[in-house]
Design a protein around this ligand. Structure first.
Ligand SMILES: [Mg+2]
Length: 371
């Protein structure tokens, strides 16, 4: 339905978040690289005496092998298994391929681990369900690996949807289906409900999310305190407004200069830091990014190198703020070497999209006013 109609307007109010989870990722990559492993129980993890299972293929899971299980136990359960040590660099390469596929569908991709990502499809065109189907087909087609996809109104539900779709499926949870979907699930499936919380709930007869939804909020408050009680109340209703925070592939940018001769004059060095900060800030604003941390690199005349980093109070692309932080790093954190500087560099880290500037930067004058 075209935008601008009454229904289109309602659809824009509804957020649509997609969660992609690669199936048995490490084991699947090992199979991709060695097709003789296809159809066999593949177990990837630490092979030493105290190793644990990172990933088990579905064939291995049929024997009871699970992630985080001691490897010795996995070997007993599945003696015919193929046991492999993880190759993290290779998995990282494949993970980047997956992210590249996702990036073609949306700019709002947040990788949450090597084999999982959230994608915000709220403003997607074509509609989110069609895009979800396209992504569900494109990832296996372009990487040779199976993935599970969940689509729902927020991150909490999208992740539960992809779990329900495993392995290899696509599950959409429409707003009117949320209660029916959540009710039969065990409370442990909710974020923030670990074994201890689950035990305390179970002691009070609360085992499913449906049970949890029926608990009066004042009881949740009494049992778990205000913060956790409120979170449990919201999550039991499938409520979650946490944003998808996209991270660019290039999470940092930097600039450095090697001087023709070593420099001892502090004023020249300060000018140089300011100049680099201004150049980097311009690059940020050109690309619509904000930095969350500033890094200073100093190489002394004797080639010793120091690197110091500071987190910014708020993400920024302001050249004078960045310059101030670089200068204060220099003044507070860089040892006086009693020698000249051969190389000076400024870097910006933790880059995020400027559209995700925290709300505090948007508050009105009086809300922001210092006391
Ligand atoms: Mg996975």
């Amino acid at each position: 339905m075209p935008r601008g109609t009454a229904r289109g307007y309602d659809l824009r109010m509804q957020r649509w978040i997609l969660h992609v989870d690669m199936d048995a990722f490490f084991a699947a990559v090992e199979r991709l690289d060695d097709p003789s492993l296809v159809g066999r129980p593949v177990i990837v993890g630490g092979l030493g005496p105290r190793g644990v299972v990172s990933t088990a293929s579905y064939e291995a899971r049929a024997f009871g092998v699970r992630s985080a299980q001691p490897m010795a136990q996995a070997r007993r359960l599945c003696p015919q298994g193929v046991f492999l040590a993880p190759r993290h660099e290779r998995y990282e390469v494949v993970s980047r391929q997956v992210r590249a596929v996702l990036a073609r569908f949306s700019q709002l991709v947040e990788p949450v681990s090597v084999d999982e990502a959230f994608v915000d499809l709220t403003d997607a065109d074509p509609p989110p369900e069609r895009l979800a189907m396209a992504i569900h087909k494109a990832v296996p087609r372009e990487t040779g690996l199976s993935c599970s996809v969940g689509l729902a109104g927020n991150r909490l539900l999208a992740k539960l949807a992809s779990e329900a779709a495993k392995p290899g499926g696509l599950r959409v949870i429409h707003p009117e289906e949320v209660g029916g979907f959540l009710d039969p699930l065990a409370v442990e499936r909710l974020w923030g409900v670990g074994p201890k919380t689950a035990q305390r709930l179970s002691d009070r007869g609360v085992r499913t999310i449906g049970d949890l939804r029926a608990v009066d909020p004042s009881l949740l408050h009494a049992w778990f305190g205000a913060a956790q009680g409120a979170t449990l109340w919201r999550h039991a209703r499938g409520l979650d407004d946490s944003p998808v925070v996209p991270v660019r592939e290039a999470k940092s940018i930097s600039q450095e200069a090697t001087f023709p001769e070593d420099i001892e004059d502090r004023a020249i060095l300060a000018d140089e830091l300011r100049r680099m900060a201004t150049g980097l800030a311009r690059r940020l604003s050109e690309e619509g990014l904000l930095a969350r941390a500033v890094r200073l690199k100093v190489r002394w005349a004797d080639f010793a190198t120091q690197t110091r980093q500071v987190k910014l109070p708020e993400p920024t692309d302001d050249p004078s703020l960045i310059g101030d932080e670089a200068l204060s790093l220099w003044e507070r954190r860089v040892a006086e070497g009693g020698q000249g500087v051969r190389l000076l560099g400024v870097g910006l880290d933790g880059l995020i999209e400027a559209s995700f500037r925290p709300l505090s930067l948007f508050c009105s004058e009086d809300e922001c006013a210092a006391p």
